[in-house]
Design a protein around this ligand. Sequence first.
Ligand code: DHE
Length: 593
Amino acid sequence: MRLSPISLTAKLVLAAGLALLASGQMTDASAQEKKKPSPADIEKHKTTPSERYQPSLDILKDKAGEEAAAKPGVPRLTAAEFGRANQIYFERCAGCHGVLRKGATGKALTTDLTKKLGFEYLRDFITYGSPAGMPNWGTSGDLKTEEVELMAKYLLNEPAQPPEFGMPEIKASWKVLVPVDKRPTRKMNSLDIDNLFSVTLRDSGEVALIDGASKKIVVIIKTGYAVHISRLSASGRYLYAIGRDAKISLIDLWMQTPAAVAEIKVGSEARSVETSKMKGFEDKYAIAGSYWPPQYVIMDGSTLEPIKVVSTRGMIYDTQEYHPEPRVASIVASHYQPEFIVNVKETGQILLVNYADVKNLKVTAIEAERFLHDGGFDKTGRYFLVAANARHKVAIVDTKEGKLVGVVESGGQTPHPGRGANFDHPKYGPVWATSHLGDETVSFIGTDPVKNKQNAWKVVQKVKGQGGGSLFIKSHPSSKNIYIDTPLNPEAEISSSVAVFSIADLTQDKPKYKVLPIGQWSGIAQGQRRVVQGEFNKAGDEIWFSVWNSKAQESAIVVVDDKTLKLKAVIKDPKLITPTGKFNVYNTRKDVY
Ligand code: DHE
């Protein structure tokens, strides 16, 4: 095997080959010889934020390495090398190519395919990336030459299969810290619970509960690793925070000082948690979905006792081919039926999981679109809109009828709405909005099939925001504005500010936005100061943004007056480490956004 650096001609040939490989059109590695790309093709190799914004499997990466058995034609790796390669693979590659390397947004990398491509081809592919979405890990400096070579060798070896995590493991992790009969029977504190914010302190694995009025930290509670989101029970009493290690912490907001009363691990890697919201089932059940193993778990809402584990392995909705690891992305709870809406990424199925009779679980599988990620309800709470992000589409479900309404092009590259934003458009009536990771487009989709039928389920307008790299868009029924963050934009000025459109201005052809320099307002001079995820208070008269720096640097939360668009407050505290998501209790439990 030759390990010499490749020549420029080889790089050009490679670029064409890479594009074809990534687009799935090339079946034979020798096909790369056939087409020479232009220098413009090479230029396209720059990695964009959406390509980097892929799941890193933080827990699986720590799996110990095993020495690979010697096989003819397969480079041997020591246990240490295998462990290191596993770590890189789960941090950087598995999000697109899958834990088992069977392919997801990225191509399959099973050994029957990688062996045909060979070491040099794999090494160069990893080094230069492809215009179709593979990051240029080598030339960007993210991976050193030795690491690129290690990964090429690793891909010629069989993948490491992480362990399953079924009911015995889930049960073994379950702890009730305060039994239900030892908990308060009424609210024991003077907190205005509905205006509390649960703030994700990502890298310290904690949530901070912050009082909406005084902006003081009430308490900081230890949660799972790289904690991700918080959700509320229908009554608002219980808060559920989920870590990337699939650990759920159940926090009782009625205690004198809110604290964790139960915890459980529902898998090895997870992102989503939700609670039953249907009338008659308030606070009864919780559900969590995992990335690994691919499954969801229904639990008792007040103790987290696991009741049922359901695998999401199965057929891709359109090709009807088996997928071994379809990850569970967003989960929301219907207000019209006793159902959880579970979005399965790789199979593109939206599952309506009816919890009225958990023993005889009824699941409606809706054919939607692959790569479902995040989404939210329209303003009536009846329709659920979810981004199929790598397909640049939005799928819409009528949760009352339990049916797909349609799948529409989002109008931009890689929609990423968070839960989206609802408002009454001056021209088109009620709309739901999404921004995009891949470009500056902000799209408005009509959501009223009765009074504004001609606009329903269509992108009625697209406006241009500050740039790509947007993750979250936000408005509130009392607000006259729409706020768009851009934390993953490569320009520091754009990633540290937000764009605001006035809803009234949307009648114009090219409405202008105002830029709020949130990073600058925070008074923090160091770091990237990524400004992420606006969240309104209960009254809807102020919006909070996180100024997200690295763990060792100062971060903050900046509060903006929604009417004047002026700075209202800056929340700073040495304990406010890497704040990202913020979940206002009232807005989260009532799905107000
Ligand atoms: Fe998230 C929501 C997955 C990285 C902050 N994120 C979601 C949801 C999913 C998801 C499936 C929807 C949950 C739901 O509604 O039930 N997030 C992922 C990933 O796979 C990804 C891309 C990479 C990873 O390895 O985790 C990822 N997410 C991030 C971040 O880096 C963010 C910006 C910072 C952080 O805290 O980790 C981040 N994600 C958030 C937030 C929400 C979210 C704040 C909820 C937004 C809301 O308004 O509901």
